[in-house]
Design a protein around this ligand. Structure first.
Ligand code: SF4
Length: 690
């Protein structure tokens, strides 16, 4: 048993200290970490002040990372469930587990095997893409199903900005040094805590900070203005801002003439989308909308930081990113220092690039299920997928419409989970569990939007834990799939990905010799050449590409909101980011901070339902119900309730229907096939749980 020690308890100056990266993935910022090893069975972590991206910063999640090592909940041996529905497991060897999996794969046929991975697989590999590519490589060469996981996270937001042509982001450093006006739009910086440092730098310089969100978030503490919108209505706010800017004549005619298309159509489109029109939809007063639009148009450079995920969780809420990303073009804020679109989870700065080793060209012909969450569920339901392998992901908690996902997974012949801690998927539906190595037990690399950082191996694997590529190698050997792992070792694989002009053709050796990192050859300003990511090379207010996909060519307001119930919004907290580490609950410090699910509710909504702060409540709709404690708070506007995502069965409440048509799914290299996570709910006092 390893001993966990607190950060400041180290006494012995002779102990070995390594620089690495935090194993969580708050891309595009990410934080450097120093790990001190005590007799190979104890570690402590602290911020790495030499790290140019984080300068010694570690948030609460990063500081809890030492609790991963030696954690009693860790998965340490391969296990097989005794039988479906049983809670009895028995230990097996890796060989026996892989024999069983490979035999079942052969039995059902390659096209009925599906691989899915997520953040839990990337503790030492985010935005670098090697571990993602290694799974894809196996699946391409074997010829089975696999899906790109951006669809569960930032894919829809990426789609919205991508249709406009504004997919590149400017860096946090550019924001801090140059922005005069910063809008954090659905971007609660708990998911990007390291960005907040740069917002603070900008504020100290005198920049004005505006937060737009569905509640008073943690980031609101920094804001000069907080604007609360109803969930899913952000596009209406952005469209009304365009109405004001165009009506005032405060748009940048030179920039628009040279670098955009579709102004005439946009002007006609937004003519009726007045501040009064938007006020009725968004809940933001017309005066606030006019004030925001005028401040934004008048203050240059102005940067908008668009939320990565939660902003785009509802039906057609990708239109928020689509509409918001038109604003910098109207005001000539693209391509200038401190302007444009700021750091966005999944977004890259101009010039970032790595080699792709996924062997996409070698993909075997086959009938493949599209990159869409509902299509995956349908594939399980129909029997098109009979073996489902989930790697570092908690599908059951994370997909919308848990009830449907649960029964779909139950129809698979075999569910295999590779992970480092148990989670809801493992507890409820997995048949085989494979123990993975943690970030310190294998070599990896992580990329911010400014640097590539080495995350070297500093601990031996605990128990029977193995790196995930051992699974691909083992299955490839059993299934006679060639060329799945053509490298001598993982260091050679990293070198193959690193050997790219953006890194200066770096290698692991160079990274080690350079303190564990090299700067990327990037521009801190997105679109420095003003050649945008669209078929026309211009910002497209009017998009023929969207039209060809059967989507509206102009940014659109939300669909008519339903009138019944409360709008359920989701988000992140300082104690939880994505599903890895069992949504943080495997780490005692984070679990203690959020002992119970907590639903934020406005005092007036609580009073109307005879709910008081701290009560257990039932949150329900026609799809399901969920119990939580009420947090009655003035930080929540009337009509909206909010909850941290990732609680088991929270998604029994969410819709689960597809958002985009199949014609849109392959528009970008990342997947955009997210389900609708929207939900209207009612709340009432629950039978006491205490
Ligand atoms: S902000 Fe993210 S990367 Fe940085 S310490 Fe916190 S969890 Fe780790």
């Amino acid at each position: 048993m390893l001993t966990l020690i607190a950060v400041n308890d180290r006494q012995d100056p002779e102990l070995e200290t390594f620089t690495t990266m935090c194993p969580m993935n708050c891309h595009p910022t990410l934080c450097g970490m120093k790990v001190t090893k005590h007799d190979n069975d104890q570690i402590q972590v602290e911020g790495d002040e030499t790290n140019p991206d984080s300068a010694g910063f570690l948030c609460m999640r990063g500081k809890a990372a030492h609790e991963i090592v030696g954690n009693d909940n860790r998965l340490l041996t391969p296990k097989m469930r005794h039988s479906r529905g049983s809670e009895t497991w028995h230990d097996v060897t890796w060989d026996a587990a892989m024999d069983h999996i490979a035999a079942k794969m052969q039995d059902v046929g390659r096209e009925r095997v599906g691989f899915w991975q997520a953040h839990g697989n990337w503790g030492n590999d985010y935005a670098f893409g090697l571990k993602r590519a290694q799974m894809d490589r196996f699946a391409n060469l074997y010829g089975c199903q696999y899906w790109n996981p951006a669809m569960i996270c930032w894919g829809l937001g990426g789609f919205g900005v991508g249709i406009t042509g504004a997919i590149e982001t400017s860096t946090k450093e550019d924001l801090g040094a140059n922005s005069e006006f910063v809008i954090l739009w659905g971007a609660n910086t708990v998911s990007q805590a390291n960005t907040l440092r740069h917002v603070e730098i900008a504020k100290r310089r005198g920049a004005r900070i505006v937060v737009i969100d569905v509640r008073r978030t943690e980031a609101s503490a920094l804001a000069d203005d907080v604007i609360l919108v109803k969930p899913g209505t952000d596009a209406a706010l952005a469209l009304a801002m365009m109405n004001v800017i165009l009506a005032d004549g405060s748009h940048d005619t030179d920039f628009i003439a040279a670098h955009t298309i579709g102004l005439e159509a946009l002007t006609a489109h937004v003519a009726s989308m007045t501040p009064d029109w938007a006020a009725a939809i968004t809940g933001v007063s017309a005066e606030q909308i006019v004030g925001l639009a005028r401040q934004y148009a008048a203050t240059k450079p102005a940067m908008i930081v668009i939320g990565g995920s939660s902003l785009h969780k509802g039906n057609n809420t990708w239109q928020a990113a689509r509409a918001i990303s038109c604003l910098p073009a109207l005001t000539g804020n693209f391509g200038i220092e401190g302007g444009g679109i700021g750091p966005r989870h999944g977004g890259r700065s101009h010039g970032v690039g790595f080699n792709d080793v996924s062997a996409a060209d070698g993909r075997l012909p086959g009938t493949y299920i599209p990159n869409q969450m509902e299509a995956i569920v349908e594939g399980l339901e129909s029997g098109a997928i009979k073996v489902f392998v989930t790697i570092g992901s908690n599908v059951l908690s994370c997909f919308a419409d848990t009830t449907r996902t649960r029964s779909a997974l139950a129809r698979a012949d075999l569910v295999v989970a590779y992970d480092i801690f148990p989670n809801q998927t493992i507890r409820e539906v997995a048949d085989i569990v494979l123990p993975g190595t943690i970030w310190l037990e294998e070599i990896g690399a992580k990329s911010t939007n400014a640097h590539i950082h080495l995350s070297d191996r500093v601990l031996p694997p605990a128990g029977e834990a193995r790196p995930v590529y051992d699974l691909y190698k083992g299955l490839a050997a059993r299934l006679d799939v060639k060329d799945v792992y053509p490298w001598n070792d993982q260091e050679a694989a990293i070198n193959a990905v690193l050997d790219h002009p953006a890194t200066g053709h770096a290698s692991v050796q160079m990274l080690r010799a350079n303190g564990g990192r090299v700067p990327l050859k990037i521009s801190h300003v997105a679109y420095p050449t003003l050649e945008f990511s669209t078929p026309t090379g211009k910002i497209e207010f009017f998009s023929e590409r969207a039209k060809a996909m059967g989507l509206p060519p102009l940014p659109m307001p939300p669909n008519e909101p339903p009138v019944d119930g409360l709008a359920l919004a989701h988000g992140r907290t300082f104690a939880q980011f994505h599903s890895f580490f069992d949504h943080g609950r495997a780490l005692p410090t984070l679990a203690a901070r959020e002992a119970d699910p907590e639903l934020w509710v406005a005092p007036s909504d609580a009073l109307a339902r005879e709910i008081t702060d701290g009560d257990w409540i039932e949150v329900s709709n026609a799809r399901g119900s969920f119990c939580a404690r009420a947090k009655v708070t003035r930080r929540m506007p009337e009509g909206t309730v909010w909850m941290r995502d990732g609680w088991p069965d929270l998604n029994t409440l969410t819709d689960g229907s597809s958002v985009l048509p199949e014609a849109a799914l392959s528009a970008f290299p990342f997947s955009v096939g997210q389900n609708n996570y929207g939900a209207r709910v009612e709340i009432r006092p629950a039978v006491a749980k205490d």
